[in-house]
Design a protein around this ligand. Sequence first.
Ligand code: V0V
Ligand code: CO
Length: 140
Amino acid sequence: MLLRIDHVGIACHNLSEKIEFYESVFGLTVVSREINEEQGVREAMLHVADGDQGASYVQLLEPLHPDTAVGKFLAKRGEGVHHVGYGVTDITKALAEISAKGVRLLDERPRHGSMGASIAFLHPKDIGGVLTELVETSRH
Ligand code: V0V
Ligand code: CO
């Protein structure tokens, strides 16, 4: 069901500073910067690698307001890994299969994600404390 790790989402206070850090330490390149009002984030995707099943990225996330998913996470836990995003072929099918196994879906239907992808989140309490995102990319 899972094709690859699409991205690791990392919560930070200052997106520009964190981008510079990842560029200088790891030599990564920003391939996309977006504001996603629905998710309450300003985010950047930094390309890590290309594989048979598609690319993988680091996603740096800065909250648009304190009262957002990432804002609340930062206040509670500070900067660090916020979620893991897995690539799937068919997100609607994957959500139905996962839900049937008793895992709570935070999104019953896919939402708009970075770079035109369809995304949906699974409840961290049902995945061993890991906020988990499914990603169906717009390119096949
Ligand atoms: C909260 N919890 C987490 C967590 N955030 N556990 C693991 N990883 C996280 N990131 C835990 C938290 O410690 C609490 O456990 C419990 O869940 C309830 O948290 P809360 O602080 O009361 O917050 P809630 O319940 O209001 O919201 C938490 C959830 C929310 C996960 C439901 O953040 C959410 O719906 N996230 C999905 C959307 C999202 O994260 N969007 C931003 C990324 P204790 O302390 O009670 O034990 S956008 C993105 O990735 C995009 C656009 C993309 O990839 O394209
Ligand atoms: Co994400």
